[in-house]
Structures are given as structure tokens and as C-alpha cells.
Design a protein around this ligand. Structure first.
Ligand code: DC
Length: 230
């Protein structure tokens, strides 16, 4: 048994609500929440800032290793990413960063580096960790694995209304196109592609409201903890 609780791994495609749902679940359980996508985004941002290039795996790993990575906790369950003392937030949501992060996430060395950091962050449990390969590669022994899915159309519609709700312009067709391309990139890559772990619970949230998804995960958590006799 891990000292702080179990590991809840949530994997699934872009825009499916893993972060929103994961944060709510973590909050209810008093667990930490870690978005591993933010780590890829932070490295991609740094590479763009420094003009390091996005294709050279070795150089990117050297860059990642030269940085001071910290995961300071804010007021909620979510850990922020800070690089060399600079806390990153809005920068990571930029479109160019999304694209670049999906690109560098193909590279084997970059993935190994990230896995090392992710394992260290989750080792003691008491954590909800979301990404693409948490249940298959980072923590294949996670006590609870969820694969959260939704149709590309539902994800694009949610993202569109989310952006418009923030007063930003959003074009549904463009967002849908972007989601389909990212799905292909994340699932089609050679190294640790997005896929459901055999022992993960599949939750399709296409027509399921967010609160129901959270409740379903909490219920699976309770059953799992009972089974494990923790
Ligand atoms: O979840 P996100 O959109 O913030 O992730 C950014 C990119 O990082 C995404 O395109 C795929 C990649 N990623 C990954 O390959 N493995 C993870 N565990 C998390 C993210």
C-alpha cells in the first residue's frame, strides 16, 4: 500500500474533460491532482521560447534536464508547473503550445524523461493523475484506471461553448478539425500511444453530464478501495 492512498489514473483523448473531472474527483477525495499534459506543454513552451527546435529528441531531453521543475500546489488540488522559478499558466493553453506539445510527445526520450518525473510525483499515491498513458505506461499498477471517452463532435461542441463562455471567439468546425488531428497524432504514434489499458473502466461521457462522470468515478473508487481492503 502506498502511504498517501491509491493512484487514480485517468486517460483519454484531448478535450474530453479529464482535467475538470479529475480535479473534482481529487477535491472530493482530498487527493492531489496532476495533469501530465501540462508537463509536455511546459517543455514545448520552453523549446518555443528558446528556439530549441521541436524535432531533436536528444536536445529536448537535455533541455528538460537543465531546467528546475517544480509542481507548486495552489489553493485547489491541482499542481501548477513552474520552470526555473517561473510559474506557467496561460502560456500553456496557447494553440502553438498545444500543437508543439503533441509533436514532442511522439519522441521516445522525451517520454522517458516525463515518465520518470510522473512516477516520482505519484509514487506515494493519494493522487489523481491524468494523461494519455498513465494506466498503460506510467503506472501500469495503478489501483484504479479510468478511460474517459466522448465523440469528437461532443468534445468540439463543449470546447466551443467553453471558449465563448470566456468571451473568446471560437469556430466549431475549426475546433473539430483540430481535435480529430490531435486524436490521430496521439493514438497513432509509435511510443506509448493513447489507448485504453485492458483493466481500465471505460466511461463514455458523450451524453453524460460532468457530475454523473464524477459520481461514477467516486463509486468505482469506493468499490476498489473496499476490494483492496484499505
Ligand atoms: O492533455 P493535454 O492536451 O494538455 O496534453 C498535451 C499533449 O501532450 C497531448 O497532445 C498529448 C501529450 N501527452 C502525452 O502524450 N502523454 C500524456 N501522459 C499527457 C499528454
Amino acid at each position: 500500500m502506498r502511504s498517501d492512498g491509491i493512484i487514480v489514473a485517468i486517460d483519454g483523448p484531448a478535450g474530453v474533460g479529464k482535467s475538470t473531472v479529475g480535479k473534482l474527483v481529487a477535491g472530493r477525495l482530498g487527493y492531489r491532482f496532476i495533469s501530465t499534459g501540462k508537463m509536455y506543454r511546459a517543455l514545448a513552451w520552453k523549446a518555443l521560447e528558446t528556439g530549441a527546435g521541436l524535432e531533436d529528441d536528444e536536445k529536448l531531453v537535455a533541455l528538460a534536464g537543465s531546467l528546475k521543475w517544480e509542481f507548486p500546489r495552489g489553493s485547489g488540488p491541482e499542481a501548477d508547473v513552474s520552470l526555473d522559478g517561473r510559474r506557467l499558466a496561460l502560456e500553456l493553453a496557447e494553440e502553438r503550445v498545444s500543437k508543439a506539445s503533441s509533436g514532442i510527445a511522439r519522441l521516445a526520450g522525451v517520454r522517458l524523461f516525463m515518465r520518470g518525473m510522473q512516477r516520482e510525483a505519484g509514487l506515494n499515491g493519494g493522487v489523481v493523475m491524468e494523461g494519455r498513458d498513465i494506466g498503460t505506461n506510467v503506472f501500469p499498477d495503478a489501483e484504479l484506471k479510468i478511460y474517459l471517452d466522448a465523440s469528437p463532435q461532443a468534445r468540439a461542441a463543449r470546447r466551443t461553448s467553453q471558449l465563448r463562455g470566456q468571451g473568446l471567439e471560437a469556430d466549431y468546425a475549426q475546433i473539430l478539425d483540430f481535435i480529430i488531428k490531435r486524436d490521430a497524432q496521439d493514438s497513432g504514434r509509435k511510443n506509448n500511444p493513447l489507448k485504453k489499458a485492458e483493466d481500465a473502466f471505460y466511461l463514455d461521457s458523450t451524453v453524460m453530464p460532468r457530475d454523473k462522470v464524477v459520481d461514477a468515478i467516486l463509486e468505482l473508487f469506493r468499490t476498489r478501495v473496499e476490494d483492496l481492503k484499505i
